[in-house]
Design a protein around this ligand. Structure first.
Ligand code: UGA
Length: 432
C-alpha cells in the first residue's frame, strides 16, 4: 500500500519505518529540512533502540522515502497518517494547530480517494474536526474517510512495542475504511479492535490516564510504607499477583514524566471540565505526581540538613531509561529545587546531557561530566533519578570511596537497601 506519514517525531518515524518493514511504500514528510536531510542519510535523529536498523533497511530496500513536500506526500499515497505533535497549552487544552494545518494541506492537495488516519494523540472529537477542515478545502469534492488509530508505543522500546503490541485499535464511522487500516498491520501478530471513531480517540486517553493513576496510587502507598516500615516493593508484588491488578506500572518512584502522561492527564482533565463532568480521581493523580520531587527533596533536607553549598551528584537526566528525551523529566524539577536551595549540582546521563545542556536546563548552572564515577568525586550526596542499566552494574563500593559524604538517595529503588547499608551508605529510597 502507499502510505504517507506526516510528522517524523517518535510516533511518525517509528510508524513509517515499521510500515516500510511490513512491505508498504512509505513517504515520511516533515517541515524540518535539516531533519529530513539527516533521515535521508539513515540518521534517525532521535535515540531509540532498533530504529536506525529499520531506517537503513527501509532506505536500502527503496521502501522508505523522506520529503518536506506535503503536496507530494498527499498526492502519492492512499493512506495519510497524521503524526504531528499535539503539545499542551498553558490552560491544559491540547494545541491542535499542527493537526489543523495538516488537515488544511490534505484538503488542498487531495487528488482522489484517501483514508486519513489520526495517529497523534488527539482529544475526542478531533477526527470530525479534521473531516470538516479537509472538506472545506476540498474544492473538487474528492472522497475520503477519517480513521483514528492511536499509538501505544513507549519511548525507549518504541520499535519493540510497535512490532509486538497488546492490541491494535482502529476507530471509524466507516467500518470498511477501518478494516483497510487494520489490514495495513498484516504481519503483526496482535488482536485488532475496531470501534467507533470517538471511542478510539478516548481509548488512548483512558489508557494513559489509567496508567498514570496506577503510578500515583502506588506512590501514595509508598508514602504510607515510609511512615509504617512496610516495603512498597513487597506490597506492589503482592498486589500484582492478583491478575485483576497486574504487576505493570506499580513501580514507585519520583513520579511519571515524559511527553505523554503529564500532557494527556491535563488534556482529559480539560475535556472533562469543558463537559462539566469533573474527573476527580485524575485531579488527585496529577496532584500526587506534582508533589513527588518536592517530597523527595524535603527528605534529602531532613537527612542532610541545609542543602546550601552541598555538592550533589545526579545520575540520570532522561525522563526514563533508554531515551534521550527530557520532556517533563523529573530530573528538571529536582535539579531546580536543589539549585533554589543553593546546592552545587554535578550531572551525568549516558545520552540526555546534550538535551539538558542545550534545551531543558539551559539556564541552570550545572556541571556536566562524562562518566558516573567522575560525577561522584568529592560529593556530599548521590541522587539516582533515572534507572539506567549502567547504574545497576556499577560497583557501589568504589562509588562510596570517591564520595565525600555517604548519602545515597535512590529515587527509583534500583539498589538493595541492605547491601547499600552494608557498604556504608546512608541510603534513602522510595517507600521502604
Ligand atoms: C506512555 C505509555 O506507556 C505508552 O503506552 C503510550 O503510547 C505513550 O505514553 C504515548 O502516549 O505516546 P512513555 O511516556 O514513553 O509511554 O513512557 P512509560 O514507559 O509509560 O513511562 C512514563 C513515565 O512513568 C516515566 O517517567 C516512568 O519513569 C514512569 N513510571 C512508569 C513509573 O514511575 N512507574 C511505573 O511503574 C511505570
Amino acid at each position: 500500500m502507499k502510505i504517507s506519514v506526516i510528522g517524523t517525531g517518535y510516533v511518525g518515524l517509528v510508524t513509517g519505518s515499521i510500515f516500510a518493514h511490513l512491505g508498504h511504500d512509505v513517504i515520511c514528510m516533515d517541515i524540518d529540512e535539516e531533519k529530513v536531510k539527516k533521515l535521508k542519510s539513515g540518521d534517525p535523529v532521535i535515540y531509540e533502540p532498533g530504529l536506525e536498523d529499520l531506517l537503513k533497511e527501509g532506505i536500502e530496500k527503496d521502501k522508505l522515502h523522506f520529503t518536506t513536500d506535503i503536496k507530494e506526500a498527499v498526492e502519492k499515497s492512499d493512506f495519510i497518517f497524521i503524526c504531528v505533535g499535539t503539545p499542551p497549552k498553558k490552560s491544559w487544552e491540547t494545541d491542535l494547530s499542527y493537526v489543523k494545518k495538516v488537515a488544511e494541506d490534505i484538503g488542498k492537495h487531495i487528488n482522489g480517494y484517501k483514508i486519513v488516519v489520526t495517529k497523534s494523540t488527539v482529544p475526542v472529537g478531533t477526527g470530525n474536526m479534521v473531516k470538516e477542515i479537509i472538506r472545506s478545502y476540498n474544492k473538487n469534492n474528492h472522497p475520503f474517510d477519517i480513521v483514528s488509530n492511536p499509538e501505544f508505543l513507549r519511548e525507549g522500546s518504541a520499535v519493540e512495542d510497535t512490532l509486538h503490541p497488546d492490541r491494535i485499535v482502529v476507530g471509524s464511522d466507516n467500518k470498511e475504511a477501518a478494516q483497510k487500516v487494520a489490514d495495513l498491520y498484516r504481519g503483526i501478530d496482535a488482536p485488532v479492535l475496531i470501534v467507533k471513531l470517538y471511542s478510539s480517540e478516548l481509548i488512548k486517553y483512558a489508557s494513559n490516564s489509567f496508567l498514570a493513576t496506577k503510578i500515583s496510587f502506588i506512590n501514595s502507598i509508598a508514602d504510607i510504607c515510609e511512615r509504617t516500615g512496610a516495603d512498597v516493593e513487597e506490597v506492589a508484588k503482592g498486589m500484582g499477583m492478583d491478575k485483576r491488578i497486574g504487576y505493570h506500572f506499580l513501580k514507585a518512584g519520583l513520579g511519571y514524566g515524559g511527553s505523554c502522561f503529564p500532557k494527556d492527564v491535563d488534556s482529559i482533565l480539560y475535556t472533562s471540565m469543558q463537559l462539566n463532568e469533573p474527573f476527580i480521581i485524575l485531579e488527585a493523580t496529577r496532584k500526587v505526581n506534582e508533589n513527588r520531587p518536592v517530597r523527595f527533596v524535603e527528605r534529602m533536607e531532613k537527612m542532610m540538613g541545609e542543602l546550601r553549598d552541598k555538592k550533589i551528584a545526579i545520575w540520570g537526566l532522561a525522563f526514563k531509561p533508554n531515551t534521550d528525551d527530557m520532556r517533563e523529566a523529573v530530573s528538571i524539577k529536582i535539579i531546580k529545587l536543589l539549585k533554589e536551595k543553593g546546592s552545587n549540582v554535578i550531572a551525568y546521563d549516558p545520552v540526555a546531557m546534550n538535551n539538558a545542556k542545550n534545551v531543558y536546563l539551559k539556564d541552570v548552572d550545572i556541571e556536566y561530566v562524562n562518566s558516573p564515577m567522575e560525577a561522584v568525586k568529592d560529593v556530599d550526596a548521590l541522587v539516582l533519578v533515572t534507572e539506567w542499566d549502567e547504574f545497576k552494574r556499577i560497583d557501589m563500593k568504589e562509588v562510596i570511596e570517591l564520595m565525600k559524604g555517604k548519602f545515597l538517595f535512590d529515587g527509583r529503588n534500583l539498589y538493595n537497601p541492605e547491601e547499600m547499608e552494608k557498604i556504608g551508605f546512608s541510603y534513602v529510597s522510595i517507600g521502604r
